[in-house]
Design a protein around this ligand. Structure first.
Ligand SMILES: Cc1ncc(COP(=O)(O)O)c(C=O)c1O
Length: 389
C-alpha cells in the first residue's frame, strides 16, 4: 500500500496517547490519577440527556439538513447574540460533529503549499498538525508566560506576509488557560484592516469558561473584520458533552457554502438526536454550567497553590478553561522526561508542554477536570516523586 505523502505530515494529539498509556497501566493494576484529559469530569446535565433520549424515541433517526436543524441553528444565533453581542444570519451557522471539524474545514479551505498559516504555540496540537497536512507552512505565534500566555498584537501583525492566508486565535486557551485581553484584540483587529487577504479562525470553545470576572471578547464582534472571521465553538466543554460530538462554526457569508460542501463530503450532517440535545443545552437552564464553573474555580485555586509549593515549579493563575500550565524549568528536567517519570513512578498522568508545540518546553499541562480529592492526591505524589534524594 502506498499512502499519500501528506500522511507523513499529519501529527496527533498526544492527550489520547497518554490516556491510552494510563489505561494500560491501570489494567496492570497500577493506581493512576489522571490529570491528562481535556474533558470535564461532570456528567452531561440530565435535561440534556433526556432531550437526546426523547429525540431518539420520537424518531430523529435520519439525516438533517447538512448545516443542521433550523431549531439548533436558531439557538446558536441567539447564543451568539448573548455571548458575543453579534447578530448573525442562521445561514452562517454550520453544525458539525464536535469542535474539530470547523478547524479541519477552515485549515483545509485556506491551506496549500506556498500558503502560510499563523497559529498559537504552545497551542492546541491539531492546528499545527492540520496545517502541515494541508501542505501550508505553519508560522508559530509564541505565547509566553511574561505576556500572561497571550500575545502582543504588534508581534502577530509583524509575522503577516503576502502569503499569509489564515490566522488562528484561541482565547481562552488550551493548554495555558491564558486569555487575550480586550485591548490586544482591539489592536489586532485594527491592524488586520491593513491585511484584507488574511482570514481569522477564532477558536472560542472555552468562551464560557472564564474566572475572576473575565469577559469573553470575540473577534467576530469587530465589524471591520467580521466578514473574514470564522468562529469555532461547541458543546463539548461548556456542557460536558465531549463524547456526544457536537460543535458549530460561524462562517462568513462568502464561504459558508464551501464549508457546507466539505461537510456534505465528510459528514453529511451532525447526528440528529444529538442536535436535539444541543437545543436543550442552549435553550434550557444554565445552572448546571454555573455549578460546574464554580467547582472548576475552586479546583483551579487549589491546584495552582499546590503546584507553587512543589520545588522547581511555578504556576501563574489561569484565567480560563480548566488547565494549569506550570513552569517546571526549576526542576532541571525536560518536560517530556517529567511527563514519563510522573506517569511511571508517581502514577500521575499529565502532559508535557511540548505536546502543544516547541514553545511548550519547560512546562507541563495539568487538567483540573478531576475531583479535589484526586487533585490533592496528584499533587502529593508529584511532590514526593520529585523530592531530592
Ligand atoms: C482549543 C480547542 N479547540 C478545539 C477542541 C476540540 O473540541 P472537540 O472535542 O469538540 O472536537 C479542543 C479540545 O480539547 C480544544 O482544546
Amino acid at each position: 500500500m502506498q499512502l499519500a505523502n501528506a500522511m507523513s505530515r499529519l501529527g496527533t494529539e498526544s492527550a489520547f496517547e497518554v490516556l491510552a498509556r494510563a489505561k494500560r497501566l491501570q489494567a496492570q493494576g497500577k493506581d493512576i490519577v489522571n490529570l491528562g484529559i481535556g474533558s470535564p469530569d461532570f456528567r452531561t446535565p440530565e435535561h440534556i440527556v433526556e432531550a437526546g433520549c426523547k429525540a431518539l424515541r420520537d424518531g430523529a433517526h435520519f439525516y438533517t439538513p447538512a448545516k443542521g436543524t433550523p431549531e439548533l441553528r436558531q439557538a446558536v444565533v441567539e447564543e451568539t447574540q448573548r455571548l458575543r453581542g453579534v447578530t448573525i444570519d442562521p445561514e452562517q451557522v454550520l453544525i458539525v460533529p464536535g469542535g474539530k471539524p470547523t478547524m479541519a474545514f477552515a485549515i483545509s479551505m485556506f491551506g496549500e503549499p506556498g500558503a502560510e498559516i499563523l497559529y498559537p504555540n504552545p497551542g492546541f496540537p491539531i492546528y499545527e498538525s492540520m496545517i502541515r497536512f494541508s501542505g501550508a507552512t505553519p508560522v508559530p505565534m509564541r505565547l509566553s508566560e511574561e505576556n500572561g500566555f497571550s500575545f502582543s498584537a504588534d508581534s502577530v501583525l509583524a509575522k503577516i506576509t503576502p502569503r499569509t492566508r489564515l490566522l488562528i486565535v484561541n482565547t481562552p486557551a488550551n493548554p495555558t488557560g491564558g486569555v487575550v485581553p480586550r485591548a490586544e484584540l482591539d489592536k489586532l483587529a485594527k491592524g488586520l484592516e491593513a491585511h484584507p487577504h488574511v482570514a481569522v479562525l477564532s477558536d472560542e470553545i472555552y468562551g464560557r469558561m472564564l474566572y475572576d470576572g473575565e469577559e469573553h471578547v470575540s473577534l467576530l464582534s469587530y465589524p471591520a473584520i467580521a466578514e473574514r472571521v470564522i468562529v469555532l465553538d461547541g458543546w463539548s466543554k461548556t456542557y460536558s458533552m465531549t463524547g456526544w460530538r457536537l460543535g458549530y462554526g460561524l462562517w462568513p457569508k462568502a464561504i459558508v457554502a464551501d464549508a457546507e460542501r466539505l461537510q456534505i463530503n465528510v459528514n453529511s450532517c451532525a447526528s440528529a438526536p444529538v442536535q436535539w440535545a444541543g437545543v436543550a443545552a442552549l435553550n434550557g437552564p444554565q445552572e448546571p454550567v454555573h455549578a460546574m464553573m464554580k467547582a472548576f474555580d475552586e479546583r483551579r485555586k487549589a491546584i495552582v497553590k499546590g503546584l507553587n509549593e512543589i520545588p522547581g515549579f511555578s504556576c501563574v493563575m489561569p484565567k480560563g478553561a480548566f488547565y494549569a500550565f506550570p513552569n517546571v524549568t526549576g526542576t532541571g528536567m525536560k518536560s517530556k522526561e517529567l511527563e514519563k517519570r510522573l506517569l511511571e513512578q508517581a502514577g500521575v498522568a499529565i502532559l508535557s508542554g511540548t505536546a502543544f508545540g516547541q514553545f511548550g518546553e519547560g512546562y507541563l499541562r495539568f487538567s483540573y477536570a478531576a475531583s479535589l480529592e484526586h487533585i490533592q492526591e496528584a499533587l502529593r505524589r508529584v511532590a514526593e516523586c520529585l523530592q531530592p534524594a
